[in-house]
Structures are given as structure tokens and as C-alpha cells.
Design a protein around this ligand. Sequence first.
Ligand SMILES: NC(=O)c1ccc[n+]([C@@H]2O[C@H](COP(=O)([O-])OP(=O)(O)OC[C@H]3O[C@@H](n4cnc5c(N)ncnc54)[C@H](OP(=O)(O)O)[C@@H]3O)[C@@H](O)[C@H]2O)c1
Length: 226
Amino acid sequence: MRLENKKILLIGGSHGMGLGAARAVLAQGAQVILVGREKTALETARDELVGNVRTVQGDITEVDSHEALLESIGEFDHVFISASPGGEAGFDAPHPRIEASYFYGKVWCTFKFLQCVVRYISAGGSITLMSGGYAVRSTPDYPLVSMAFAATEAMARALAVSIAPIRVNAIRPTYIDQKQPLTSKTLTGTMGSNDDVGDAVAFLMGNNYINGETLSIDGGAGVIFT
Ligand SMILES: NC(=O)c1ccc[n+]([C@@H]2O[C@H](COP(=O)([O-])OP(=O)(O)OC[C@H]3O[C@@H](n4cnc5c(N)ncnc54)[C@H](OP(=O)(O)O)[C@@H]3O)[C@@H](O)[C@H]2O)c1
């Protein structure tokens, strides 16, 4: 139980893969702080979970509020940022300013948040970032998602160096919790679940020697030659 009594911050913990991570780390005896924008979603998540759960309303795109948000939480051991906010992602979208783009919400707001996080994360702590299959494969519609996910993986490698010995890793989930079955796309013949991702996040948090890595969670989809 490597995460027993660890204090774990989940930005985007009220739903989806962040909630899956909450279930995984609570099962190891950790305490969690769920952060999201919607109070009702946070309360619903807290009611579903079993264990030591606190909720804090916050928005990672509100860069000027990062310090106050972290001050209200205090020191913690591990953080997973699954929230992936962002705007326009197409090549032809107007993008009048970078703030309107997916790249800004996903990459820049995370980077600014991590500049504050280093003052609150404990020695021996870790950061896990959210990438996705788009980091290495693209469709015509979302070039900025591909760019942002690739930058997120680069951020994990670069910050592992910049803020050592705090560890920084990324996960690259693909075909998780999809409404339409895409089972022909994976080697396992299954879709991934939020709990599959949560288990992987807990593993990266608890293993003290994995650093600067990106872990694929995709049923082998990434190794199929298409
Ligand atoms: N499904 C896949 O196969 C896959 C693979 C790789 C990557 N991804 C990406 O990974 C991201 C997370 O996926 P998911 O399925 O876990 O999403 P989800 O179920 O929509 O959950 C997103 C969580 O992030 C929170 N959130 C959203 N914007 C926020 C903000 N600005 N500040 C703080 N919290 C915020 C949400 O709560 P509030 O809305 O209340 O803030 C919610 O708790 C998605 O953006 C998705 O594009 C998905």
C-alpha cells in the first residue's frame, strides 16, 4: 500500500478518469482532494466514494487563482491533472489569440499551475499529467489536440529535469469509456475504463523510480500498424 496516508490532489477528480484515480488511491488508504468547477459534480463524486475525501471548487484556467487554490489545500504528496480544458482545436478556426485555443487551456494553464504546485508538493511527491493517443496520431479535425498532448508529454520529461527530485510522468490513455464500441481498434478487443486509467495513475504515483515517462493505456492500440 504505497499510497497509504498520502494526500493526493485530483484536478478533474469529480468525473471520468480523475474519479477513477480517486477510487484507485482511496483503495490504498490515501486521502483525496477532488478539484473541479461544478459544486454538484464534486458532491456527487464525494457521495459515491468511500474513504477520506475532500472537495474544493476550482478552475485550472483561472491562472490568477492558482496560488489561492493551493493555499486552501496546503501541502500534498501527489497530483494528477486530468482536467483538459481548452478552446478551438481546428486548423481553420480563427484563433484570434492563443487564449482562445485548446493549446492554451491544456498546456499553458497546466504549466502555470505547476509553477505554483512546486511550493506545495512534498519531498518525494509526484505529478501525473494527461496526454492521449492524439499525441502520436492525428485526425484532420483536431491538430491542436495533437500538439497539446505532445507538448504535455514533453512537459513531463522537461519538468522531471527542472524540478527534480519531484517526479513528473504522463499517461496516454486511448479509447477510454467510449459510448460507441471501438473494440476492433485494440488488441485486447475491449475498451478501457476509468478504473483502468485510475490503476495506472496510482501505480505511477506509488512507484518511486518511474520519472519523466509517458505510459500508454490503450489495449495495444498504439502498436497496431494501420
Ligand atoms: N476518453 C479518452 O479515451 C481520452 C483519452 C485521452 C485523453 N482524454 C482527455 O482527457 C480529459 C479527461 O477525460 P475524462 O474522460 O476524465 O473527462 P470528464 O469525464 O469530462 O471529466 C473531466 C473532469 O475535469 C473537470 N474539469 C474540466 N475542466 C476543468 C477546469 N477548467 N478546471 C478544473 N477542473 C475541470 C471536470 O469537472 P467540472 O466540469 O465540474 O470542472 C471533471 O471532473 C478529456 O479532456 C479528454 O479529452 C480522453
